[in-house]
Design a protein around this ligand. Structure first.
Ligand SMILES: *[C@@H]1O[C@H](CO)[C@@H](O)[C@H](O)[C@H]1NC(C)=O
Ligand SMILES: *[C@@H]1O[C@H](CO)[C@@H](O)[C@H](O)[C@H]1NC(C)=O
Length: 334
């Protein structure tokens, strides 16, 4: 985030924390940088590195800790939805924005995404308190145990930590991050992302807008229709529904900037503004500055903005669209 942006947007009480390639904490309101309207201030540039263009992209999940099978199904179905048909506007329609990013050869980010393997690390191989570097060790241990293949050509590893797992900076500064493995740890360079289940530890930070941020300094919303209403979760659990948007955020960024030398805004590669960072807290038209934007409600009143497989509904944040030069999602009103 660049300081020159601050003067254009009201920065309220929340202080923002930056962490490299991470989804910051910071619920929809109080965000300093939401670009729902077209902005020439934002200059997302290409830095000549690769994007995840191999088709298919093979996603491997490491379920770290004890996972609720219902939550696992919600997450699996989201990943299946990335390249499966569903009624418009769908998760796959949302992914089309990521597909607009290309590499030096003109190859686009792939739209063919498979969930190619899963591993249960239910015995907490690295304990219940993890650092950022632990994620790489968990990947190494998993492939060494033959729990998953080491696919450095077209693999993407997701380490998903269960409710009780404490992660460095989780809930204080970040909800997830993406990076790439070091050959010295894993043997190869392969992109990965970590996302934590926030439902118990900090739903108000990482599961907004499904949970109220208690540190916000503002009272909970007063009544229906108000712009700061808390939304009910389309898959029944604020922690997992909030996690879906963070997973979407990290997938979009790791695909367009897997080695942190492809697509981002700003001059500082150690603190880049990637294509999802630019649109934190924006889920629909008019979103930003505390308002999630125009989204839909299902027949039970749960909020969502895209459809997935098996009749699923999800709420995912918008992404920077390089053609429109604004944040965008398929549920846009215009
Ligand atoms: C690939 O990216 C280019 C440049 O953004 C875009 O014009 C084209 O539509 C993209 N192709 C697909 C299939 O999204
Ligand atoms: C992983 O755990 C889930 C339940 O949480 C179970 O359904 C699945 O079969 C397990 N997978 C493996 C490979 O052990």
């Amino acid at each position: 985030m660049q300081s020159f942006l601050h003067c254009h947007f009201v920065l309220l009480s929340l202080s923002l924390f930056l962490s490299v390639q991470s989804q910051q904490i910071g619920p929809g309101f109080n965000q300093a940088n939401n670009f729902e309207g077209s902005s020439n201030l934002v200059n997302v540039q290409y830095h000549m590195g690769p994007v995840l263009a191999s088709s298919p992209m093979n996603i491997y999940i490491i379920w770290y800790g004890h996972w609720n099978p219902t939550h696992q199904s919600t997450i699996r179905d989201f990943l299946y939805s990335l390249s499966s048909p569903a009624p418009f506007p769908s998760v796959a329609d949302w992914w089309q924005t990521v597909r607009l990013y290309t590499d030096q050869t003109g190859s686009n980010v792939t739209g063919n995404i498979l969930l190619s393997g899963e591993y249960n690390d239910s015995s907490y191989s690295h304990g219940t308190s993890l650092t950022r570097l632990s994620m790489q060790s968990i990947i190494r241990t998993t492939v060494a145990n033959r729990g998953l293949p080491l696919n450095y050509q077209s693999g993407l590893y997701l380490v998903l930590t269960a409710s009780e797992v404490v992660v460095q900076e989780f809930c204080r500064a970040v909800c997830g991050f993406h990076y790439f493995t070091f050959p010295s740890v894993v043997g190869v360079t392969v992109p990965y992302a970590w996302i934590g289940y926030s439902g118990t530890q900090c739903p108000g930070m990482c599961a907004y807008p499904f949970a109220w941020p208690t540190y916000s300094g503002r009272p909970p919303p007063g009544g229906p229709g108000g712009v700061n209403d808390i939304m009910s979760a389309p898959n029944g659990d604020p922690g997992v529904d909030g996690m879906i948007s963070v997973i979407g955020h990290e997938l979009a960024e790791v695909s367009s900037n897997p080695l942190v030398n492809a697509w981002y805004a700003g001059d500082d590669p150690s603190a880049p503004d990637e294509i999802a960072d630019l649109c934190l807290g924006v889920y629909g038209s008019g979103g930003g500055g505390g308002y999630v934007g125009e989204v839909y409600k299902d027949s039970w009143g749960n909020g969502f903005n895209v459809n997935g497989v098996k009749g699923r509904k999800y709420l995912v944040q918008w992404l920077w669209n390089p053609e429109k030069r604004s944040c965008y999602g398929p549920n846009a009103m215009d």
